[in-house]
Design a protein around this ligand. Structure first.
Ligand code: GDP
Length: 371
């Protein structure tokens, strides 16, 4: 009996150990424990070699979805107010004095000139304000109302500020972006691409600033982030040929808009004219240029005005982008440059962030000035 009992215990013991061993083998895999590297043998030397780790293919980058129109505009309006508010506050404080004597009018003039509004517009504005406040008196409204009306008239709300990004006959709209180096051209091209992508338009970018490898890389990064194609050529290649290829790709793929970044070397007027003239001519073998945007840095004052003049003599500028308004209280340049070129400011740059570009809205701008 005892003998039988011993055997029974032995059989049960072996069975339990067996079950535990099987469970033990299965469990680690189910928990996803990392297996030690597989080992194989070199067929020639007979040495053991570790298998190379299996590298999973990298997931393709998910393009960013740019900030929506409404929240972008609210955020940028606040930023515009905080950068431009000092001009309006200064003017309002002066205009609200009990007695508007000659000294006060001179201070008003200085304030306007400091904000880069320009000499002629400043004189006109002061003249209008003096007359209205004297002749119309209280009937004109508060000084704030009068100033708002007159500033708005200077900024000219009647100008068409829509961007021409749509082509005709099934061809893409072509936007040529020009301006001196450092004004913010490449950044602006990237920001416009984001806005168009957010509006579900298909976009191709042309990196025709072939003289600066950094500019090409910078544009490629912008393109990658929103998932649009960037056509580029080798460093130092002909900008016109890159522009041609970009527009060709736009035509072939049925893109809505092609944005072409150009080189901004202000070597001399003849050189610039040759280069931009050729870029435009070559593009137009594929599709008409629908918009030529001149990018100007708002912080450069008179220098910016000189650049604006040179570029407008070289190409038919159809719109102005005023960048770096966030870092400047000199929003008056909007008035000066529009007067000088007879072309509207269409967009304003309000920071280095990817979505810091806003359509220029005269009323919002004047309200931001007045705080
Ligand atoms: P490009 O040489 O004309 O192509 O100029 P970039 O696009 O390379 O811009 C030059 C510098 O200006 C960069 O550091 C940009 O981040 C900066 N920048 C461009 N637009 C704005 C803007 O609206 N606000 C500010 N604060 N910086 C800007």
């Amino acid at each position: 009996m005892d003998f039988l009992g011993d055997w029974l215990y032995l059989i049960i013991g072996v069975a339990v150990v067996g079950v535990l061993a099987v469970v033990g083998l299965l469990l680690p895999n189910r928990r996803g424990r990392v297996e030690p590297p597989a080992v194989s043998v070199d067929v020639i030397t007979g040495d053991r070699v570790d298998e190379p780790p299996i590298i999973e293919p990298e997931a393709p980058p998910v393009p960013e979805r740019p900030e929506g129109r409404e929240s972008r505009l609210i955020r940028l309006r606040q930023r515009l107010s905080s950068s431009q508010g000092t001009l309006g506050r200064g003017l309002l404080a002066l205009l609200s004095r009990d007695r508007l004597d000659e000294d006060t009018w001179e201070d008003i003039e200085d304030t306007l000139l400091t904000a880069d509004i320009g000499v002629t517009p400043t004189q006109e504005l002061v003249e209008r304000l003096r007359t209205r406040l004297r002749v119309e008196g209280n009937e004109a409204g508060t000084p704030r109302d009068v100033l708002r009306e007159e500033l708005l008239a200077l900024v000219d709300p009647s100008m068409d500020r829509r961007l021409a990004v749509t082509g005709t006959d099934g061809r893409p709209g072509v936007v040529l972006v020009v301006g001196v180096n450092g004004a913010g051209k490449t950044t602006t091209v990237g920001k416009i691409a984001r806005i168009l992508v957010a509006e579900d338009r298909s976009v191709v970018l042309g990196a025709a600033d072939t003289f600066r490898a950094a500019a090409v890389e910078q544009l490629a990064t912008w393109g990658e982030r929103v998932g649009v194609d960037v056509v580029r050529g080798p460093e130092g290649s002909d900008p016109a040929s890159v522009a041609f290829e970009a527009v060709k790709e736009g035509v072939d793929t049925g893109a809505d808009t092609v944005l072409v970044d150009t080189a901004g070397r202000l070597q001399n007027k003849a050189g610039l004219m040759d280069e931009l003239g050729k870029v435009k001519r070559v593009i137009e073998k594929q599709a008409p240029v629908t918009e030529v945007l001149l990018v100007l840095d708002a912080t450069t004052g008179q220098n910016g005005m000189i650049q604006a003049r040179v570029f407008s003599e070289v190409v038919d500028v159809s719109g102005i982008v005023l960048t770096k308004l966030d870092g400047s209280a000199k929003g008056g340049i909007v008035v000066a440059v529009q007067r000088e070129l007879g072309v509207p400011v269409k967009l304003v740059g309000l920071g280095e962030g990817a979505d810091d570009l806003a359509p220029f809205d005269p009323e919002a701008f004047v309200d931001a000035l007045l705080g």
